[in-house]
Design a protein around this ligand. Sequence first.
Ligand code: ZN
Length: 411
Amino acid sequence: MSNMTDLQFDIIKEQMLNLTGRDCFYKKKLEGIDVAGIENEEDFRTLPFTQKSDLRDAYPLGLMAVPEEEIVRIHSSSGTTGTPVIIPYTKKDIEDWAIQFARCYAMAGVTNLDRIHITPGYGLWTAGIGFQNGAERLGAMTIPMGPGNTDKQLRMMQDMKSTVLCATSSYALLLAEEIEKRGIGNRIFLKKGIIGSERWGEKMRKRIANELGVQLFDVYGLTEVYGPGIAISCEHEAGMHYWDDYVYIEIIDPKTGKNLPDGELGEIVITTLKKEGAPLIRYRTHDLSRIIPGECKCGSKYPRIDTIMGRTDDMVKVKGVNIFPSQIDSLLKDVEGASSEFQIMIDHMNGKDIMTIFVETTEGANKYEVENELAAAFKSKIGMTPIVKPVDLGDLPRSEKKSTRVFDNRY
Ligand code: ZN
């Protein structure tokens, strides 16, 4: 259960002494705690978590941990729920982020002879620029598209002979479907897809990989901790290697806050090791994953977390059963005629919770069988029976941003 190295401990301890010794966010946050008395990983685990709401409360620049002259840029995480979070970066933070992302590309086998087609958005949001800086650090040619305008995307992809596509999974799917529809597959030169950390299922992965003819890699990250690029899957597709010289990762039970043993599914909690502009201690990401024990076949010394299984906020409780959308992904894998796309609707009627799953079916599939098979699989694997509504391929909405799959209408 212990995975903090001596070096990580020394760095974290020094960082905490430093931060509590000057006027900044963590001086207040750790007030009353004897930081000098923290002697090991166990003591560290008694420290309070840093929550997204703490970061929001620090709006606009309360997280800034160095003098302003050292800050060269800010990024902001999506403010869908009220006040956004502002993260200040020093020059070194920007460099460190690029180093990490360049490592991601290298792990995916991308070289300076690749042409990297970047579709995530540029701006306050960390996505596009993260892919960009990492690619430039690697020395590859970039095609900084940003999102949208499918015609132009496909035109540039053909003319520039892009070899690497960077995208969210839903946008990669949209492009794959367009390429198929237009019959231009033989004019596409993509070899690899680097896909943002959105949770996605095995079926969707296979469709994108097949239709684009590429090998896919999951890249992970969040604005609060640099941005995308702190972890990536390798050719063995056995979870994601993370850069443990930049981040220390714990997995906790999202309900109790207790640390979980390696291998168990829980919430990722991150402590930054080198960040200057806005260091974080025990930051709760609300992303669900687990530490994968043991060594990877690729031989990399970097430890691994599993593919993101969803968000702690996506976890819904229906008829007393905890359900994660990722569980539905894995059920769909074994249902013949079911596609990768689904939506869940939860309602409360006549004193009872009712869960409806809309699922896209492949062409020519027997919808009646899909309905029965999925309902039975759900009952046996998850322990409750939903209403299953099979729909045609393409009936559910696609988006350039992260798709919403769970609609809880009970509250
Ligand atoms: Zn590996």
